[in-house]
Design a protein around this ligand. Structure first.
Ligand code: NAD
Ligand code: TYD
Length: 340
């Protein structure tokens, strides 16, 4: 795999922006196109440091807009696609599922159709451990675990995975699917658990813990996920699914307590609140396949990753206060001259 042009969708979100930054550091012979709709979760300020890179090109658009997507494929002749774009927050999917179907399902199909029509060497679809549903106290998800999603978000991601598989079987689109556990790290939107806990603790605000706080997530530092995606892009086997996990299973309340202690704050800030409907109890990933077959492994210990993340939110208060105030929405207009 030696791509000359790579389409990244959803590159102004949390994982996509981290991926673009890392990728541009080590690949200087590829044109990288970032297609993003800039929903509330898309923030071009996260890519401020790379926007003048001559190999980086930004387009604002919707992955579900077929004429627009086709024009882009026609113009760029992409060798590879990595589809990060999605509605990604479970709580929002409970409040309003429609946009999850529009983007995660219909948008993915639109990209698959363009990949089929114009031809690509690789189509990497970024999925999630949440498609497997919920685990009991023991066991881990493997790639052959039955897909059994419980939230509108995970159901939409599972649906997109099914479409991706079908486009390979029926139309021979050269796809690969990655399913990763919960990410944390710099540039994560403050509605997600870890940044919310850090930011609230920094401001001496209550930390909302759903239910009994004993739901378990398997946390991975975002750079390790990005390196796994890069590995799959270059060395993955077409048609395969790869699980990616951090092997860091922690109950939510323990994570919140850890963050409080690292920031020197009192546990009295913990506030147990009404549980999320359909809240999956436990996720845990078996990542043997990508480790054994492709040689990937994590390089950030949980201790290091969490320390870097907390440091980043302390040092980058401007980034997140511009989100909480809504000012980040003006950035696109300022840089590109049109209304958001
Ligand atoms: P995010 O919400 O931070 O970013 C999503 C990005 O997609 C935003 O920039 C948004 O503007 C863009 N987008 C949304 N709808 C679009 C559309 N119709 N057309 C074009 N762009 C659109 O999400 P994230 O946390 O960076 O997650 C990225 C991907 O990784 C998602 O597919 C998600 O399901 C998957 N994933 C996330 C995690 C996690 O812990 N965050 C774990 C596993 C997998
Ligand atoms: P989240 O970051 O929304 O990721 P996901 O639901 O996709 O795993 O939430 C992580 C865990 O933290 C999940 O078990 C729900 C819980 N949670 C809280 O307890 N309080 C909160 O305010 C949020 C946003 C999440």
């Amino acid at each position: 795999m030696n791509p000359k042009s790579l389409l990244i969708t959803g590159g102004a979100g949390f994982i996509g922006s981290n991926f673009i930054r890392l990728f541009l550091q080590s690949h200087r012979d590829i044109e990288l196109v970032n297609l993003d709709k800039l929903t509330y979760a898309g923030n071009l300020e996260s890519l401020h440091d790379v926007e003048s890179d001559l190999h980086y090109h930004f387009y604002r658009g919707d992955i579900a807009d077929a004429p627009f997507v086709k024009r882009l494929f026609h113009e760029w002749h992409f060798d590879a696609v990595i589809n990060f774009a999605a509605e990604s927050h479970v709580d929002r999917s409970i409040l309003g599922p429609q946009v999850f179907i529009d983007t995660n399902v219909r948008g993915t199909m639109t990209l698959l159709e363009a990949a089929r029509e114009f031809g690509v060497d690789r189509f990497v679809h970024i999925s999630t451990d949440e498609v497997y549903g919920s685990l009991g106290a023991t066991g881990k998800f493997v790639e052959t675990t039955c897909v059994s999603p419980n939230s509108p978000y995970s159901a939409s991601k599972a649906s997109s995975d099914m479409l991706v598989k079908a486009w390979e079987t029926t139309f021979h689109v050269p796809i690969l699917i990655t399913r990763c556990s919960n990410n944390y790290g710099p540039y994560q939107f403050p509605e997600k658990f870890i940044p919310l806990m850090i930011i609230n603790a920094m401001q001496n605000k209550e930390l909302p813990i759903y239910g009994d706080g004993l739901n378990v997530r398997d946390w991975i530092f975002v750079d390790d996920h990005c390196r796994a995606i890069e590995t799959v892009l270059f060395r993955g086997k077409i048609g395969e699914v790869y699980n990616i996990g951090g092997s860091n299973e922690i109950p939510n309340v323990e994570m919140a307590k850890l963050i409080l202690s690292k920031l020197g704050k009192s546990e009295s800030l913990l506030k147990f609140v009404t549980d999320r409907p359909g809240h999956d109890r436990r996720y845990a990933m078996n990542s043997d396949k990508i480790q054994i077959e492709l040689g990937w492994k994590t390089t950030n210990s949980f201790e290091e990753g969490l320390q870097k993340t907390i440091r980043w939110y302390i040092d980058n208060e401007k980034w997140w206060t511009r989100i909480t105030s809504g000012e980040y929405k003006d950035y696109y207009k300022k840089q590109y001259g049109t209304e958001r």
